[in-house]
Design a protein around this ligand. Sequence first.
Ligand SMILES: [Fe+2]
Ligand SMILES: [Fe+2]
Length: 171
Amino acid sequence: MEAAATAPSKGIFDSANLQQRERIVALLQQAYWMEIETVMSYLAASVNLDGVRAQEIKESLSDEIEEELGHAKQFAERIKELYGVVPGSQQFAAAQGFLQPPEEQTDIVHVIRGVIHAETGAIEHYTKIVEETDGIDPVTQDMTIAILRDEQGHRRLFEGFLREYEFEGLA
Ligand SMILES: [Fe+2]
Ligand SMILES: [Fe+2]
């Protein structure tokens, strides 16, 4: 039998797929920063908000901080596995202008809308990663699909909060 002309495929680790691997690492680095900034924004909001009605929102945000940090860790691990480097803090550029503390710390609707905005951005970016990894990096794709589901759940929860405020004429 003749020896195979080419080495067996190593998928995303094939040297022929170097460019795609680098592109996926760049997308993962952006995802990592999105998670880190979300941790910052949710942590601030979970402490800053005032008022009887704020308690439920603050508790939900507290739970989500842990989940978002877990996502950041997963993205970091995957960057490493793909021979990338987890970026240092000086490369961070803030993008969540919509999640800065409101003028009044009882302005819960501002925070709810900000969370929906952040989750929507994550959903869009992770959907792009799922598309970019399709057929080339099933491991990154699988991981990102699971994270995407978490973000969809977060957005759905806060959409429910917003609906309640809208129904009561408070939003
Ligand atoms: Fe997340
Ligand atoms: Fe989220």
